[in-house]
Ligand binder design. Structure first.
Ligand SMILES: [Zn+2]
Length: 224
């Protein structure tokens, strides 16, 4: 079974991908990790990707799809994959389907982690850290006793530039633009499952497991 996790930064995909892939014995595929591996391994596609990465450019869709397909074709027919944050745009999704078809395979379920922009911003901008002692805080999950002050050493807390509201809003906007059309595409294929990503992590986990345990129509026909 091949599963895709789709959703903006801050939706909690990565955490779920780790626990679900371990629990269900699926291979967790993150394109960032795959690209790094391909570059380090010095494969032909890795070398091509390296040229773009060195220049700070986005690796072209076909190349990313090649690297993912390569990994999936090595897995054998019984392997299950969990694609985390891939495909990232419509072109990648179409190329992935094409490639999987060639391997006699397909995407079975796409989980869309739905979250409001406000909540994503709150989660992503809530991190504060103490530059004197290194203690970490989060406004929602681990707030300091006194706002803006370190519990451990009493020094003022700061934020990383990446965690600032403007930067986060820009990242979310880029994500929305890139993934436009992707949700419709999977919905039309009948494989989309929307998850309320504002719930507690345990509830998200449960609802994913429930869907994965429910056989698809095809599987029911297969059994008859
Ligand atoms: Zn401190």
């Amino acid at each position: 079974m091949n599963v895709v996790f789709l959703g903006p930064p801050g939706a909690g995909k990565g955490t779920q991908a780790e626990t679900i892939s371990k629990k269900r014995n699926m291979e967790h595929v993150s394109t960032g990790d795959l690209l790094r591996e391909a570059v380090q391994g010095g494969t032909a596609t890795g070398m091509k990707a390296k040229k773009y990465m060195e220049k700070g450019l986005l690796v072209p869709d076909e190349l990313v799809v090649d690297i993912v397909a390569d990994r999936m074709s090595k897995g054998g027919h019984d392997s299950s994959f969990l694609l985390d944050g891939f495909p990232r745009n419509l072109a990648q999704a179409k190329a992935l389907d094409q490639t999987l078809k060639g391997l006699g395979n397909k995407v079975d379920v796409v989980f869309y982690f739905a979250i409001s922009e406000d909540m994503a911003v709150k989660r992503l901008t809530g991190r504060w850290l103490c530059s004197s002692c290194g203690a970490n805080y989060h406004e929602l999950y681990m707030p300091p006793e006194k706002a803006g002050i370190c519990d451990k050493c009493g020094k003022p807390l700061g934020q990383r530039p990446d965690d600032k509201v403007e930067t986060v809003k820009k990242r979310l906007k880029v994500y929305r633009e890139q993934t436009a059309g992707l949700i419709d595409y999977y919905e039309r294929k009948g494989v989309l499952k929307t998850i309320d990503a504002e719930q507690r992590a345990e509830l998200i986990h449960e609802s994913i497991c429930k869907t994965l345990d429910t056989p698809s129509k095809e599987e029911i026909y297969d059994r008859v």
